[in-house]
Write a protein that binds this ligand. Structure first.
Ligand code: HEC
Ligand SMILES: [Cu+2]
Length: 388
């Protein structure tokens, strides 16, 4: 009964939004197709709460005054009514109807949010202390702390964490989902207004949790295609001079879970000082040989660069003493030759990059003050245009 009463109202209110609405006193801008529904449900529940808050408070005050003990009145009159069928039915049925309605609108919204449309554009998201990586397999593009998505097309994020719980939250889209180590979670949205939106990690995930921020750039379809195409080829067009920075800001996030920049060895040896170690040739391998044995004229690695290159493309070949053979062996298919070159140049220039402020005290890659490869400058044209 309640369902058939409410259905027309709900259906019209829960229809997919096609137009963004601005920021209100309570709410940030609503820039996704579900934001309108979510705000409506929230408001629906809020209004019910306000009505009851006032009703209960008013009755409370009224009864406190009306039934207060008056001077000279002692006896308790226990001859009053003990039952009121109509009253009991009222206070049972109305709240029941209301909670069913709340459940129902909430459930409809929830199911909508859980099930992404078939034709969604997919992005793999990795959360780790304390940055985001966004992988666009369709274009072979990996971004960190910046996510470009198409306008008016559903986007599905397939998310995982490499360390602790994180949670991805884009207030303007009204979507939020935890990232749980050891399993995938998903989330989808359809952005309906071009622009840049703040993305937060909204799970306290360690000391730099508050810095775990990213920006979502929503671009009209043609600009999106163009930008992704540009990202996919950018290393081809870059001057050699810019390759080390490119590798540090765009590629190193695929190595950072095992290789630090600040001298601490974890799963893999640190990249700090790697270039000097390789030149000296005293790296010892599990089979007792040292790098010297392979280097120099006529050796397998005539120049140190070749050892680094080989370590990336064929990591199982020589295993360093005290380390396990756990480095992924699929970089050969993931990285283009020029990207490998960029990584080698990054190792060679790591001290210089650190001096220039690309690597922070904590060994994390810094988002630089001067605009470089990774900045939103490369995504410029879409930022100011209003889509739609
Ligand atoms: C899952 C962990 C892991 C990831 C991710 C990883 N590596 Fe490694 N890497 C290792 C381990 C462990 C070693 C040492 C054992 C060995 O020699 O294979 C190593 C060794 C190396 C070496 C040789 C180091 C030396 O001191 O001789 C280089 C160079 C290297 N990795 C580069 C990279 C690059 C570049 C990436 C990212 C594109 C990367 N690795 C990603 C685990 C990893
Ligand atoms: Cu986090």
């Amino acid at each position: 009964m309640i369902q058939s009463l409410l259905e027309p109202i709900i259906m019209s209110t829960l229809a997919e939004a096609t137009e963004a609405t601005g920021k209100t006193f309570w709410m940030p801008e609503a820039a996704s197709s579900v934001a309108g529904q979510i705000d409506w449900i929230l408001e629906f529940i809020n209004v019910i709460c306000y009505v009851f808050l006032f009703l209960v408070t008013a009755v409370l005050v009224w009864f406190a005054v009306k039934y207060r003990r008056k001077p000279g009145e002692h006896a308790i009159n226990d001859e009053g009514p003990t039952h009121g069928l109509a009253l009991e039915l009222t206070w049972t049925l109305i709240p029941t109807g209301l909670v069913v309605a709340i459940f129902w609108v909430g459930m409809v919204g929830y199911i909508d949010l859980r099930e992404s449309p078939e034709d969604s554009y997919e992005v793999s998201v990795t959360g780790q202390q304390w940055f985001w990586t966004f992988n666009h397999p369709q274009y072979g593009v990996i971004q960190s702390n910046e996510l470009h998505v198409p306008l008016n097309r559903p986007v599905r994020l397939i998310m995982g964490s490499t360390d602790v719980l994180h949670s991805l939250f884009v207030p303007a889209f009204r979507v939020k989902q935890d990232l749980v180590p050891g399993r995938y979670s998903t989330l989808w949205f359809k952005a309906i207004k071009a622009g840049s939106y703040q993305l937060y990690c909204t799970e306290y995930c360690g000391k730099d949790h508050s810095k775990m921020l990213a920006t979502v750039h929503v671009l009209p379809e043609d600009e999106f295609q163009e930008t992704m195409g540009k990202f996919a080829r950018e290393y081809e067009d870059l001057p050699d001079n810019d390759l080390p920075v490119y590798a540090l800001t765009r590629l190193y996030n695929r190595c950072s879970s095992c290789h630090s920049l600040d001298g601490t060895n974890s799963t893999g040896p640190t990249f700090k000082g790697l270039w000097d170690r390789v030149q000296n040739g005293d790296t010892v391998f599990t089979d007792g040989t040292t790098l010297k044995d392979y280097m120099g004229d006529g050796g397998e690695y005539e120049v140190p660069e070749n050892y680094i290159r080989e370590s990336i493309l064929n990591p199982g070949k020589l295993i360093r003493e005290n380390y396990a053979n756990v480095m992924p062996n699929n970089f050969a298919s993931q990285l283009k030759p020029r990207q490998v070159e960029a990584l080698v140049l990054m190792m060679k220039n790591l001290d210089k990059l650190t001096d220039e402020g690309w690597v922070g005290e904590d060994g994390k890659v810094q988002t630089p003050e001067q605009p470089a490869v990774d900045s939103s400058a490369s995504a410029g044209p879409g930022m100011t245009e209003e889509g739609g």
